[in-house]
Design a protein around this ligand. Structure first.
Ligand SMILES: [Zn+2]
Length: 267
């Protein structure tokens, strides 16, 4: 039985990120160095579907001894330009969670924060061993939507990915990490077999397949911090602070809703 697994959460990989995506981006050099660290520590990347399948039926599929997940949210163009060649060089699988209405092309609803992938690039990533998961259609806070709007966000996303790639997405990531019991139930009903939150802890089987936690990698994450993060050693230190943040969170979010445009810049 596999113990806790680090699930790395990336967003943009960019040389010159804009102000909206900067904090949660990494530079191409940073990403390449971090993948060297993953290799150097002897960790073996697996896909989200691979991890969840093993945790669902441990006897049904094997996992390497020290698995790690490399995930990207939203669908920024630099994931193809900069990350894919590095992943290919190492033979590392990864997972990309696309907000389908942000990807350039026929389904584009506008509202993306920076230059996004187009569908040819998404297909090229899939061909290169990247699992393509869903991240809603227009990237709303799903727990704030009424039932119809929530369902539409999930089904549009699922059907656009299926239409563009020829297979339904199996994994989902909640925009901003926000979910609720209702959201998780709908994600499951829409056919997603597992979903990732944000957290700032290691993913554990006991979290259940619809609330697996991830670790945020930022532009400010140093090489030393990354090494601790990916080994699950940077977490205890931040735990108290993150709990305090969660407690004050309801108040913070009410204030944020007034500044909805500004929050769009957050994740
Ligand atoms: Zn996102």
């Amino acid at each position: 039985m596999t113990g806790p697994v680090p699930v790395l959460m990336y967003h943009a990989v960019a040389r010159e990120p804009n102000a909206l995506t900067r904090d949660l981006s990494v530079s191409p050099e940073q990403f390449a160095e971090q993948m060297e660290t993953v290799r150097g520590l002897g960790l073996t990347p697996v896909t989200t579907a691979g991890l969840a399948a093993h945790w669902r039926t441990p006897s049904g599929s094997a996992l390497p001894p020290d698995p790690v997940l490399i995930t990207f949210d939203d669908g920024y163009e630099g994931v193809h330009r900069y990350a894919l060649p590095v992943l290919a060089r190492h033979g590392f699988p990864a997972t990309l969670f696309v907000s389908t209405g942000w990807i350039r092309g026929d389904h584009d609803t506008g509202g993306a924060l920076d230059t996004m992938l187009d569908w040819d690039q998404v297909r090229s990533l899939a061909a290169g061993g990247v699992e393509i998961g869903g991240h809603s259609h227009t990237h709303p806070q799903l727990d704030q939507l009424d039932d119809d709007a929530l369902w539409s966000e999930l089904v549009r996303c699922r059907d656009v990915v299926a239409g563009e790639l020829g297979a339904r997405p199996a994994s989902f990531a909640y925009p901003y990490g926000y979910s609720s019991r209702r959201v998780r139930a709908r994600v499951r009903r829409a056919g997603f077999a597992q979903a990732l939150a944000v957290g700032n802890g290691l993913a554990r089987r006991g979290q259940g397949p619809y609330a697996l936690q991830r670790l945020t990698v930022r532009r400010s994450t140093t090489a030393e911090e990354f090494e601790r993060l990916v080994q699950g050693r940077a977490i205890t230190r931040n735990f108290a602070r993150d709990r305090a943040l969660t407690k004050g969170y309801a108040v913070v979010r009410r204030a944020r809703q007034v500044r909805r445009k500004a929050i769009a810049a957050r994740v």
